[in-house]
Ligand binder design. Structure first.
Ligand SMILES: [Zn+2]
Ligand SMILES: [Zn+2]
Length: 183
């Protein structure tokens, strides 16, 4: 059962916790080169003092994305912090949506908050813009395209020994010309 709404008015006084679960398709998660193969979980800790409620917790899921260096698909575990405060005010909306507001105003009688927009944003903000399968990913061979993490194809050493970076070559020429002109 998908629970989008957080029934804040039903929370007990003091400390409590709430858990929510979404199928990725129900959060409409879309991102270039990223798959969302697992459920999205939200664990919230709540502290209620009368009409004021503070909520903080973690959104977690596993995404699959492509390494920018070697193009291998690999999983990343996301754990994104989320926090907000709720103020129960008579006459406030019965259903509120949680976006970027710090304080959500809800009616105390049957107040509910749709937390899915914030959860969706938390997941999407957690997607790295430059994903690397490991910090020292060796990438692809520029000559044969082999994934160098899986072994050495023999091209890399050869290239380093024989070729000077063309940019340095140009700089060397410029410096030589300058020396000739000045001297
Ligand atoms: Zn990689
Ligand atoms: Zn190669």
């Amino acid at each position: 059962m998908i629970k989008n709404y957080f029934e804040v008015s039903a929370l007990p006084e003091g400390r409590s916790s709430s858990d929510f679960l979404w199928k990725p398709e129900n959060l409409d998660l879309k991102y270039n080169n990223v798959d969302f193969p697992t459920d999205v979980l939200l664990h919230l800790n709540n502290i209620r003092r009368g009409l004021e409620i503070t909520c903080f917790g973690t959104v977690s899921t596993i995404i699959e994305t492509k390494c920018v260096r070697c193009l291998d698909v690999f999983p990343i575990e996301l754990a994104e912090k989320i926090d907000f405060a709720v103020r129960l005010i008579a006459g406030a909306p019965i259903n509120s949506q949680l976006w970027y507001e710090d304080i959500v105003r809800v009616d105390p009688a049957s107040g509910k908050i749709d937390i899915s927009p914030r959860v969706r944003d938390a997941v999407l903000l957690g997607v790295p813009t430059h994903p690397l399968c490991k910090p020292d990913c060796k990438g692809l061979c520029p000559i044969c395209g082999a994934n160098l993490n899986h072994g050495d194809c023999g091209h890399t050493k050869e290239k380093q020994e024989k070729q000077i970076d063309p940019r340095w070559e140009k700089l060397k020429q410029l410096l030589e010309n300058k020396n000739q002109q000045g001297g």
